[in-house]
Design a protein around this ligand. Structure first.
Ligand code: EPZ
Length: 428
């Protein structure tokens, strides 16, 4: 086991290349399994969630070839409608996309209820609502979701809740269904648009992605294509936030600035100077960090996946900031860890009230999920003294090469071996 060790206080300077978007890749890889040909997916982030998704697809007899660390070739021509392994599926939320993929290809699918980051209940009722509306009979027993249909028929689906996952699953099932499917109250995230663009390159007939009404006209065939994943706006926002927390100035490269407008708008409110170019953004820190209020919303609102990171920044802003987590029930588990570093935060349900302190102090902390881990890194980079972070596998799920990227920006950060206390004690 390893942990991250950070000595805080260095201002981040220089430039960093942003990787492909995790949540776009996790939807596009299963979508490639709908194809009748070979797909080559480029700019895929080299992270453990992608490795897991590739293993799940291999479980279904999809041939997966790593051309290089960021390019994957998928040949689904001999895919089977079997059940991928429970141990794999329970680790990532995106495993539920196999529901839409297998239904879209075989009119049948059996997948285990998904896992993923734990921040309260993560229902799939909207996924089931959409797939049932398309004509699938869905049942859940023994942790397995079984879906079967004679033929999938296009229909109108109004999502009760804006759900990225449900929008993805319905798109995957509807793309080869008979007739027109209209998804209303659809998710509008950049990764939804990227999925629609990928499917359309394969020969699908989807329009309206990026708005709250997506129309999908079923087609008979989907061909193999080469496609490059969009940059990760959450990774980009994380590095900008880290730079501001340390009082530094950095340029992030290979980004789409309009994908992170809500993030850069907030960072400006907190005191950053932001300069946007066609595929890069430069951030220069201001004199001090100013308090501000944040409410997470579906895109184009402030993304919930940046909530822990911006909260870590606000722990050192002058005054009182309020963070309202309006998407997830319980996405403040990281607060306990920030308190160990001297943060002054009180949480009541979906609200966190942050009283800015002049300085955090390094401590031993634990990552409770992916973005919580990123928040602890941000806190450690700006804290006085040494911070160690355990459970770093959470962080490696979603951030390619984060240690090297931060080191290149001047951070004093490294991975160290974690003493396995159980075996130490056992050895006494
Ligand atoms: C995706 O999760 C992302 N994961 C999450 O990112 C992200 O936090 C989330 O979208 C919101 O943007 C992937 O893309 C792999 P939802 P997902 O369905 O699809 C409720 C990260 O850090 N809901 O949009 O599971 C749900 O409870 C991860 O990269 C229902 O009520 O999220 C939540 O309140 C963490 N019924 C809201 O909708 C449903 O059937 C949004 O959930 C589905 C969702």
């Amino acid at each position: 086991m390893q942990k991250i060790c950070i000595t805080g206080g260095n201002k981040l300077r220089g430039s960093v290349e942003i990787s492909g978007a995790k949540n776009a890749a996790l939807a596009i890889l299963p979508a490639a399994a709908l194809s009748d040909g070979v797909c080559r997916i480029e700019n895929v982030p080299a992270i453990s969630d992608i490795n897991l998704m590739c293993k799940l697809l291999q479980d279904l007899n999809v041939k997966v070839k790593m051309i290089n660390k960021n390019t994957i070739e998928l040949d689904p021509r001999n895919i089977q409608c079997s059940i991928a392994s429970y141990d794999l599926m329970r680790n990532i939320r995106a495993s539920c996309y196999l529901l839409g993929t297998l239904l879209g290809r075989f009119n049948e699918s059996n997948v285990y209820l998904p896992g993923g980051c734990d921040f309260g209940t993560r229902p799939i009722d909207q996924h089931i609502k959409g797939l049932s509306a398309l004509g699938a009979k869905c049942t859940i027993d023994g942790g397995l979701i079984r879906a079967k249909s004679e033929k999938l028929k296009g229909t109108n689906i109004y999502l009760d809740v804006v759900s990225v996952g449900a929008t993805v699953n319905i798109m995957l099932a509807a793309v080869k269904a008979e007739g027109m499917t209209i998804i209303e109250n659809a998710a509008k995230e950049p990764h939804i648009v990227d999925l629609a663009n990928f499917l359309n390159c394969m020969g699908a007939d989807i329009f309206g992605a990026g708005t709250d009404v997506i129309k999908i006209k079923g087609v008979k065939k989907l061909r193999g294509v080469t496609y490059s994943i969009i940059p990760d706006q959450i990774e980009a926002g994380t590095y900008l936030t880290a730079a501001l927390a340390t009082g530094g100035e950095i340029t992030i490269k290979n980004v789409t600035p309009r994908h992170l407008e809500s993030i850069t708008a907030k960072l400006k409110e907190i005191g950053a100077k932001i300069y946007e170019y066609s595929d890069s953004i430069r951030l220069i820190s201001g004199e001090k960090l100013k308090k501000c209020n944040v409410k997470t919303m579906p895109h184009p609102g402030f993304p919930t996946d940046m909530q822990p990171q911006i909260a870590a920044l606000l722990t050192q802003a002058e005054g009182t900031s309020i963070v309202n987590e309006a998407v997830w029930d319980n996405r403040f588990r990281y607060v306990e860890e920030l308190r160990r570093m001297g943060a002054n935060i009180s949480v009541d349900g979906r609200l966190a009230v942050i009283e800015g302190v002049s300085e955090l102090t390094g401590a031993a902390v634990k990552a409770t999920d992916l973005r919580a881990g990123a928040a602890l890194i941000i806190a450690g980079l700006s804290a006085k003294g040494e911070t160690t972070i355990e459970n770093i596998s959470h962080i490696e799920r979603g951030y390619e090469n984060i240690i090297e990227k931060l080191k290149n920006l001047g951070a004093d950060i490294k991975k160290i071996k974690q003493i396995d206390y159980e075996s130490e004690v056992a050895g006494l």
